[in-house]
Design a protein. Structure first.
Length: 231
């Protein structure tokens, strides 16, 4: 995941997207994206929830919270356009390529110039909308990176089953081991039960991914380390 500088425009939009998300029932599937267009911010989103958010109240809470969190950046007023859609069908996101690093938060170069700055995945995405997929991928890699001798892999996360009744995962890496062996190791050790895995995160404040990126993360536990053995 990209290391987000909380003191930047990118930090503001990503924190705001997660702050708005926190006001929606966690049982709902939701995606909130905030775009800083200069004079105003566009709050776009889609959610299965039918409960309409009081964005004026949320903006006030956010400016108070943010000003206390980062006093060096003054946010007195947020001019916003609200285009959140409620009561929509939002399916679980459980398939896709994920680049996973030993260092979870990677410092990536910023664009030279942007007219607008958008919040980005997984910030603003509820757990079942791909966030659990990202966290579980890091959970897996945190167990195996020393075993496979690689600091990063590209991992295709999926819950789909092949004809042999195995998950159709894929990995691409620069490991000394071949990709099929790594895939076999993963399938032997990890059950991909995201519902149970979500219990590890029930008390985790998602803001910490941006605010405290170096603090301990519940999705980086190594409770299966004794099982990650290659012969």
């Amino acid at each position: 995941m990209r290391l987000i500088n909380k003191n930047s425009r990118r930090g503001v939009v990503n924190l705001l997207s997660d702050f708005i998300l926190s006001k929606i029932d966690k049982k709902e599937n939701s995606i909130i994206q905030v775009s800083d267009c200069g004079p105003f911010m566009v709050i776009n989103g889609v959610t299965t929830s039918n409960e309409v958010l009081d964005l004026e109240k949320i903006k006030k809470e956010f400016t108070d919270w943010f000003s206390e969190l980062i006093p060096d950046i003054e946010i007195d007023k947020l001019n916003t356009i609200d285009v959140i859609r409620y009561g929509e069908e939002v399916n679980n996101i459980e398939n896709g390529w994920v680049k996973v690093n030993k260092d979870v938060f990677v410092d990536e170069p910023e664009p030279l110039f942007e007219l607008s700055v958008n919040s980005e995945f997984p910030y603003g995405y509820s757990l079942n909308c791909g966030r659990l997929m990202i966290y579980y991928s890091h959970y897996i890699f945190n167990h195996i990176y020393s075993t496979i001798g690689s600091d990063e892999i590209d991992f295709y996360f999926t819950k789909k089953i092949n004809e042999d009744e195995d998950l159709k995962i894929k990995v691409m890496s620069k490991s000394r081991l071949d990709n099929k062996s790594i895939e076999s190791l993963i399938l032997d050790v990890f059950d991909f039960d995201l519902t149970t895995f979500a219990e590890k995160l029930k008390d985790y404040d998602l803001f910490q991914d941006i605010v405290f990126p170096v603090k301990e993360k519940p999705y980086l536990t190594q409770d299966r380390l004794k099982d990650t053995i290659m012969f």
